[in-house]
Design a protein around this ligand. Structure first.
Ligand code: NAD
Length: 358
């Protein structure tokens, strides 16, 4: 065995208190107390304003104010408006219920105030497990990392995901799978994160097809939320590569839905790295019971995804050129070197929604 074959890794996982289980949202008041939060700002999107009011009623005397105004990509103007309400009502902590948009707003406020956060995720985006904050100002999205944005406590209650429509369930779950796939070839990967990543892909690969036919299947909801939790840990623990870079570029430059882009692109980015990351592909293959990991991701994308090509997302051929330029602008680690021609070829396949070549 040569030295290059021997194990060598760093292991860093972010601290978090996680409470998982159907019905466990009833423990939210006790968890607020544990965090010392006496007047919580309850954050959701407008679509989840009923859930916002329900949580407001449940936490009763610990309610500071309701803020059902979170939106995707965390615009700073929304953060400032929520903070004004928070200050008026003398809130001393944050309770976010929802997907990455609600959680993003709580993180943006915590970044500015260092207030404690209790988060109740209801999609599979995984933001709750990371110290990453993406924010948009004047149409430009920037990302930062800070320990201040990591939620202190996360309550996962699969019952809250029963209402997630199939059109969001599938893409959001594929967004989680994308975190796990990239964790398997991360430059700072380690064996524990790889175990979590493989298990995450197995759990989501098994549950998502069931959920797009029956969104009320609580056992499948539980499995999917478990898989997304693991994927979130992976995202928070190790560096992502071409997949996240290209989705960030496409989403930010062409205002595309976050989860839909991740869902569409993961077969293509996996195909891009296929020969450069054989161990990662073998792990994805074990998780999805296949020899052809990008092919299996493509089949999953077709089964559970909402939009199956970049053309159907409204992109034109000239946009692909622009996206390829942006994708190679700042060099970053990826198993296979990121070249403009390579990226363009990958985007052309995704544009047509073609099955990745084996
Ligand atoms: P989202 O939070 O916008 O939710 C999508 C839609 O689903 C919203 O309209 C929401 O109201 C609705 N919804 C959520 N849960 C529901 C439920 N259980 N039932 C019915 N409807 C429900 O979308 P998302 O994909 O979860 O998050 C995307 C955002 O999160 C993006 O801004 C992205 O950049 C960010 N994100 C950040 C990180 C990070 O680590 N910082 C990680 C992943 C995603």
């Amino acid at each position: 065995m040569s030295k290059a074959d021997l194990m060598r890794f760093d292991y860093n996982v972010l601290p978090a208190r996680v409470i998982f289980g159907a019905g466990r949202r009833v423990e939210v008041p006790a968890e607020l107390e544990r965090l010392g939060i006496e007047r919580a700002l309850v954050i959701t999107t407008a679509d989840q304003s009923t859930v916002c009011a329900e949580f407001g009623a449940m936490i009763n005397e610990r309610l500071g104010a309701l803020y059902p105004g979170a939106v995707m990509h965390t615009p700073t103007a929304v953060t400032e408006s929520a903070m004004r309400q928070m200050e008026q009502m003398k809130c001393d902590g944050l309770l976010a219920i929802g997907g990455g948009s609600s959680i993003g707003l709580a993180k943006a406020i915590a970044y500015r105030t260092d207030l404690p956060q209790l988060v109740v995720p209801t999609t599979y985006a995984g933001s709750e497990m990371t110290s990453i904050l993406g924010q948009t100002e004047q149409g430009r999205k920037t990302t930062l990392r800070s320990p201040k944005v990591l939620p202190e406590t996360v309550v996962y209650d699969p019952e809250l995901t029963l209402t997630l429509p199939a059109a969001i369930t599938g893409p959001s779950g594929m967004n989680a799978i994308a975190h796990a796939v990239e964790a398997l070839y991360a430059k700072d990967g380690n064996p524990v994160v790889s175990l979590m990543a493989e298990e995450s892909i197995r759990a989501l690969g098994e549950s998502l097809p069931r959920l797009v036919t029956d969104g009320k299947d609580l056992a499948a909801r539980e499995t999917a939320l478990y898989g997304s939790w693991l994927a979130g840990i992976c995202l928070g623990a190790v560096a992502m590569a071409i997949h996240h870079k290209i989705c960030h570029t496409l989403g930010g430059s062409f205002d595309l839905n976050h989860a839909d882009v991740h869902c569409l692109m993961i077969p293509y980015t996996a195909a891009y790295n296929r020969s450069a990351a054989p161990n990662a592909m073998a792990a994805v293959g074990r998780a999805l019971r296949t020899q052809d990991a990008p092919g299996a991701l493509y089949d999953l994308m077709k089964t559970v995804g909402r939009i199956h090509s970049l053309a159907a997302m409204g992109l034109g051929l000239a946009d692909l050129e622009q996206a390829a330029d942006l994708a190679v602008e700042n060099p970053y680690h990826n198993p296979r070197p990121v070249t403009r021609d390579g990226v363009l070829e990958m985007l052309a396949a995704a544009y047509e929604g073609r099955r990745p070549a084996n």
